[in-house]
Design a protein around this ligand. Structure first.
Ligand SMILES: O=C(O)C(=O)Cc1ccccc1
Length: 302
């Protein structure tokens, strides 16, 4: 079932990186449902207020966002897609504010961590962490703060009417965040998949995990990620979250049949098409970029 204008739940507000990811995945014709927490995004999917959830799962600097793995397992909504977003960060302030006027820098902790080299040069600036980059930009606009800058994306500067004082202040120009897209079971479109996210346990015995990984290797299935999470209250027991990719469906089917024999609590969190775009730091005059601009205009005029 193709939804004309999907309702997409994100943690954070419009123009956050989560919304940027949603626009890049779905295009500009979406309705964003702003939520205060990742759990709330899943709740909104459960209540069918949202058609999809877009949720960050890992970041090239901060690593895996572990609590989000637990949400995937607890709610059991299928992962139907992924998107890698290059995180390009700008320093923004109210129009007229000069760099010399600034005392405070506000942003999401991940965004701030990505700009350490820039801020090392200005030790007098006080760093204030917040729940989302766009909310920082909005607060500067709403409260007319003249001593504060936000670190956020170009979308936030445009939507909240801030001027960019310094572009691309991220330390690593090739940093990216990977987002997953979840939906309700009955919304799943049957598209050919070449990637899957799995979760399973193995017994605490010599070679138990190696056996599973060897099956993937023997079938020519590539493991692109492995993450372990302790199981609450059970010493030395872990859930393994594994992402795998394949060329031929048969390779996947055979390896799943095999590994079922060597795992327990086996779950397929989702089967989907892998996002192949090389995460690039060079801003191309990109179709998504144009759609973001168009989208801002639509929203402003709405
Ligand atoms: O704060 C935001 O805009 C978010 O969506 C969270 C986030 C922050 C930095 C990198 C990726 C996601």
């Amino acid at each position: 079932m193709k939804i004309e204008k999907p309702k997409v739940a994100i943690q954070g507000i419009r123009a956050s990186f989560h919304e940027e990811a949603a626009i890049r995945y779905f295009g500009e014709n979406i309705e964003t449902i702003e939520c205060n927490s990742f759990k709330q995004t899943f709740e909104s999917l459960k209540k069918r207020e949202a058609d999809y959830v877009v949720m960050a799962i890992e970041n090239s600097i901060a690593g895996s966002i572990l609590p989000n793995y637990t949400l995937l397992l607890d709610y059991g909504f299928p992962v139907v897609g992924e998107i890698y977003l290059p995180i390009q960060l700008h320093l923004m302030a109210l129009p007229g504010v000069k760099f010399e006027d600034i005392k405070y820098v506000t942003s999401h902790p991940i965004a701030l961590r990505q700009c350490v080299d820039f801020f090392d040069e200005y030790p007098h600036l006080k760093i204030v962490e917040s729940s989302d980059t766009a909310a920082c930009a909005k607060r500067i606009r709403d409260e007319q703060l003249t001593d504060t800058v936000a670190v956020a994306n170009a979308l936030a500067a445009q939507l909240y009417g801030l001027d960019v004082l310094e572009r691309r202040i991220e330390s690593n120009k090739r940093n990216f965040t990977r987002f997953l897209i979840m939906t309700q079971h009955d919304n799943v479109e049957k598209k050919p998949a070449n990637k899957a996210s799995l979760c399973f346990q193995v017994s605490n015995k010599v070679g138990a995990l190696a056996k599973v990984l060897n099956i993937f290797a023997e079938e020519g299935v590539n493991m692109s990620k492995i993450q372990s999470m302790p199981i609450l209250g059970k010493r030395n027991e872990y859930n393994f979250y594994v992402d795998i990719e394949w060329d031929e469906q048969k390779q996947y089917d055979t390896s799943i049949r095999q590994i079922l024999k060597y795992t327990h609590n086996f779950n397929i969190l989702g089967e989907y098409e892998r996002h192949d775009d090389e995460p690039s730091s060079t801003p191309k005059p990109h179709r998504a970029e144009r759609s973001i601009r168009k989208y801002i205009n639509i929203r402003r005029n709405a």
